[in-house]
Design a protein around this ligand. Structure first.
Ligand SMILES: NC(=O)N[C@@H](CC(=O)O)C(=O)O
Ligand SMILES: [Zn+2]
Ligand SMILES: [Zn+2]
Length: 433
């Protein structure tokens, strides 16, 4: 199937015809001749972007298919313009052995988007068999416990980073130092479950200082081993600055860029995640660092949990929020308001992700690249509603926010979302296989 987009506006403002054939971008030019077989789409100067690459999702299989599956997670992805995802290892079993990797890889065949599968680290990981598999990256490596309780100590971390350097794979780090958590916060929990709990207490507990301290440690270990360190979900400007100073790359999530402790009280446990929401001042400084280029990529840390699981007390509810479907729509809504350029949105959601994680055929609209494409009308925003989203969890922390959603998403030249429904059979491929 070949497709010709007529008069598409690219992120840099140029208006071009873009033709796809055999899953790749075949031509990008001011005027491209139509082949009789082409499906012609009059883009009418709507915006055409490379499909977003979300380097941080938790699609929950194997082990937690009540929260999400490769089917539901990838359907949510395409409806939000994401065409490649990277799955994290805190599943059950955790992805810490070659066998566990294989089990996850066979489940991922149900994915509508391309994917990478990360390997993780626990005291009983098996690096020999794990590095024998087509790993996307090592990570997220947990320096403190989060969902799955995979926090590891300093010596295991150093060992893991050395092995990753030998294998020439990036290490993605969940950087929080549990020694700096404020245990006295527990006494300030006034009780209540679900939305009636106060997640600001969670922000007090997993203190902001705990992030930069862990980032500093991670980049030091990385430098000693000669490894590439990527800091996951930086939530504080101090954490970003420590990553930049240490020569690491870093990501920020939509929830840390759009939400703050001022939202935590209303969200309750639905606003509990690791690292937690930060002060409005830190949130705004984080956004500035995104616009300025200190933050390399936006990744969602899409971490769905069921309502039933979230409707518990603050200390018992699981951490994490969904986000894969709303990342690009939220950023495009901000771009529409002039708060970030379309080129920067393209870079942080696609081009930079491809260069950090070495995906030479992804992240740009250029001849020879994979035909992973998102067409949007940049002026057409709508309110985000949990009921409209495709994640199995059925809720969003961004309820009521403006989003610019895709009119069309293509993966490998095939339409996977037509603006109203997810279409086609799952055909996602492992990007490292
Ligand atoms: N971020 C979260 O709060 N939760 C994530 C794990 C993680 O990324 O730390 C999850 O898997 O639920
Ligand atoms: Zn994490
Ligand atoms: Zn995560």
């Amino acid at each position: 199937m070949s497709t010709l987009f007529r008069d598409a506006r690219l992120a840099d403002g140029r208006v071009r015809d873009v033709r796809t054939a055999s899953g790749r971008i075949a031509s990008v030019a001011e005027s491209v001749a139509t082949d009789p077989q082409d499906r012609v789409i009059d883009a009418d100067e709507r915006l055409l972007l490379p499909g977003a690459i979300d380097a941080h999702v938790h699609f929950r299989e194997p082990g937690h298919d009540e929260k999400e599956t490769w089917t539901t997670g990838s359907r949510s992805a395409v409806a939000g313009g994401v065409t490649t995802v990277v799955d994290q290892p805190n599943t059950t079993p955790p992805t810490v052995t070659g066998d566990a990797f294989d089990e996850k890889a066979s489940l991922a065949a149900a994915s509508s988007v391309d994917y990478g599968i990360n390997g993780g680290v626990t005291p009983d990981w098996d690096p020999a068999s794990l590095f024998d598999r087509p790993l996307f990256a090592l990570g997220e490596v947990f320096l403190a416990d989060s969902t799955g309780d995979m926090g590891i100590d300093a010596s295991l971390f150093a060992d893991a980073v050395e092995r990753a350097a030998d294998a020439d794979v990036v290490v993605t780090v969940h950087a929080e130092d549990a020694e700096l958590f404020d245990e006295s916060a527990r006494e300030r929990d006034a009780g209540g479950t679900g939305h009636d709990a106060d997640a600001d207490v969670w922000s007090q507990y997993r203190a902001a200082e705990a992030e930069a301290a862990a980032v500093e440690r991670a980049v030091d270990v990385g430098a000693d081993a000669g490894a590439d360190i990527h800091i996951a979900h930086t939530s504080t400007p101090e954490g970003v600055d420590a990553a930049v100073a240490g020569g690491a790359t870093c990501e920020a999530t939509p929830h840390h860029l759009f939400l703050s402790r001022e939202d935590a009280t209303d969200l309750g446990t639905y606003g509990r995640m690791n690292p937690p929401l930060r002060s409005e001042e830190r949130r705004s400084d984080l956004w500035q660092r995104l616009v300025a280029g200190d933050i390399d990529i936006v990744a969602t840390d899409h971490a769905p949990h069921t309502r039933e699981q979230k409707d518990a007390g603050l200390w018992d509810a699981p951490s994490g929020v969904p986000g894969v479907e709303t990342m690009l729509p939220l950023l495009l809504a901000r771009a529409k308001q002039g708060e970030i350029s379309y080129e920067r949105v393209r870079d942080v959601t696609a081009a930079n992700v491809a260069s950090i994680f070495d995906l030479p055929r992804k992240g740009r609209i250029r001849e020879g690249y994979d035909a992973d494409l998102v067409l949007v009308d940049p002026d057409d925003s709508r309110e985000i509603r949990g009921d409209d989203l495709h994640s199995k969890c059925g809720w969003t922390p961004f309820e009521g926010y403006d989003g610019v959603f895709p009119d069309l998403t293509l993966r490998g030249g095939d339409v996977v979302y037509d603006g109203e429904a997810v279409v086609g059979d799952p055909a996602g491929e492992n990007v490292r296989a």
